[in-house]
Design a protein around this ligand. Structure first.
Ligand SMILES: Cc1cc2nc3c(=O)[nH]c(=O)nc-3n(C[C@H](O)[C@H](O)[C@H](O)COP(=O)(O)OP(=O)(O)OC[C@H]3O[C@@H](n4cnc5c(N)ncnc54)[C@H](O)[C@@H]3O)c2cc1C
Length: 431
């Protein structure tokens, strides 16, 4: 059995990042990935004609932990800011309306009364000024109740919260965590990436391999046993031992490998953030001037990602549409995708005749855990270090008290690497 300093299970961006950091620090690292390719949910599919589709609409928060960690690892990404493109539109009672947000918000948003604009402006200003500090245990809906009286203004703020967090649970989402994310989206802005999110995956893979990390694909971790500094891991066709083990997959993977008995209540009560996605490649955009269409009275999103980033050949377009699902929401089979198709009828009338490729993903897990008010927001997610289990570390977008979505995945990767290195330095000192 080969011995490693650390075995990382899961080759999404979280697993790749922690492996690269440990490899750079001189550790001998093995990374196991169940699938035949790296990247997990950050993978990008290239379809006929050179169109690049992320697994559902993805945007990188420019000032988030993710961008910072990628920068520290030397992973360079390029792309465009959708906010600099066409003015966003909202869908209200079946009609597209201009939104009073973004540059020149006070102008060109006909149909919005001054009262609506005042409430939206005041809500956004409060979110930006406080970033939700001190509101972690308050449900988002209660924060909104205190500031919004006008239905359409309220609907717009809720839509901004959804598009920033992907969460559709105002009664349960932490106001503090949500407002911090709204601020990050509005002030820090986001990037759609040229070449799709696989550029992140490739950059991290290069960093990991360059640091000597051994990567096995098609290698699902099946068993994890041990304690302290002696852990053994069995995967399809192999076995290895290590001083530390990193679980960089979903919560179900941690539960499966460690067992409920060992984990105790550490992973209880997590509520995943989920979405129904429709990704389409078109040989031409019926409305080239169209950009983002955000549902106000329905939790819907459609955006022309190729408008801001290099994702389609000349003249073609890539659109990601999404329905933000409420926790436990169950709909008739196909109903969510039909709703997204109807949304595209408004955003890009005639799109159905221009389809080169269409992919429906009716239930994607966007993040493994909501930041819930009842758990105190981000601080209520499981920690990187599991109480009572020394030597096993968690990484993912459901782990740790920093950031949401990919930011959380990369921030927890950084924290896991720091904890593992601090632990091995402590041994060196004792020795
Ligand atoms: C529709 C959608 C939209 C999103 N939009 C955004 C966005 O706009 N901005 C943003 O920041 N984030 C976004 N995200 C979230 C982002 O994609 C994830 O946070 C990030 O990719 C998670 O990376 P990860 O490595 O933590 O997990 P994953 O990508 O899930 O990787 C885990 C890996 O573990 C592997 N694995 C599982 N079990 C085993 C096992 N037993 N042994 C070995 N390997 C195993 C899996 O195959 C997988 O490759 C979005 C996600 C979705 C689905």
């Amino acid at each position: 059995m080969t011995h490693f300093d650390t075995i990382v299970m899961g080759g999404g961006i979280g697993g790749l990042a922690v492996a690269a950091m440990l490899g750079r620090a001189g550790q001998r690292v093995l990374l196991l990935e169940r699938a035949g390719v790296l990247g997990g949910r950050a993978d990008t599919t290239e379809v006929e004609g050179g169109y690049l589709l992320n697994l559902g609409g993805h945007a990188l928060y420019r000032t988030g932990h993710g961008a910072r960690v990628l920068g520290a690892l030397g992973v360079r990404v390029r792309g465009g800011r959708p906010s600099r493109g066409p003015r966003p539109q909202g869908l209200w009672q079946g009609e597209a309306v201009a939104l009073p947000v973004g540059a020149g918000a006070a102008f060109g948003a006909e149909g919005w009364s001054w009262g609506d604009r005042w409430e939206v402006g005041r809500g956004v200003a409060a979110a930006v000024a406080t970033g939700g500090r001190g509101q972690e245990g308050l449900p988002l809906a209660r924060w909104i109740d205190a500031r919004f009286e006008r239905p359409r203004a309220r609907a717009l703020f809720e839509a901004l919260a959804r598009v920033s967090t992907y969460a559709n649970a105002p009664e349960r989402s932490s106001a503090g965590a949500t407002l911090a994310q709204v601020r990050q989206a509005l002030v820090g802005d986001v990037l759609y990436l040229d070449g799709g999110w696989r550029t992140i995956v490739r950059g991290l893979e290069e960093a990991a391999r360059g640091a000597g990390v051994e990567i096995r694909l098609g290698a699902a971790a099946r068993r994890l046993e041990g304690e302290g500094r002696r852990w053994s891991v069995a995967w399809d066709e192999g076995e290895g031992s290590a001083e530390a083990a990193v679980l960089a997959g979903p919560p179900s993977m941690a539960r499966g490998l460690l067992g409920a008995g060992r984990l105790g209540a550490a992973l209880d009560g997590l509520v995943p953030i989920q979405a129904a996605c429709l990704d389409v490649a078109l040989d031409g955009l019926p409305r080239p001037e169209g950009g983002l269409l955000l549902g106000l009275d329905a939790p819907l999103y459609a955006s022309v990602h190729s408008g801001a980033a290099a994702l389609a050949p000349e003249g073609g377009g890539v659109i990601h549409a999404m329905k933000y699902l409420a926790p436990g929401e169950v709909t008739e089979p196909g109903a969510d995708i039909e709703a997204l198709e109807s949304l595209l009828d408004v955003a890009q009338p005639g799109w159905r005749g221009r389809v080169v490729h269409r992919r429906a993903l009716p239930r994607m897990t966007v993040a493994g855990a909501h930041a819930l008010a009842e758990r105190g927001g981000l601080a209520g997610r499981p920690s990187v270090e599991i109480e009572g289990i020394e030597g096993v570390f968690l990484v993912g977008d459901w782990v740790g008290d920093r950031g949401m979505l990919a930011d959380a995945s990369l921030a927890s990767a950084e924290r896991a690497a720091e904890a593992i290195l601090a632990r091995s330095r402590a041994v060196c000192r004792v020795a």
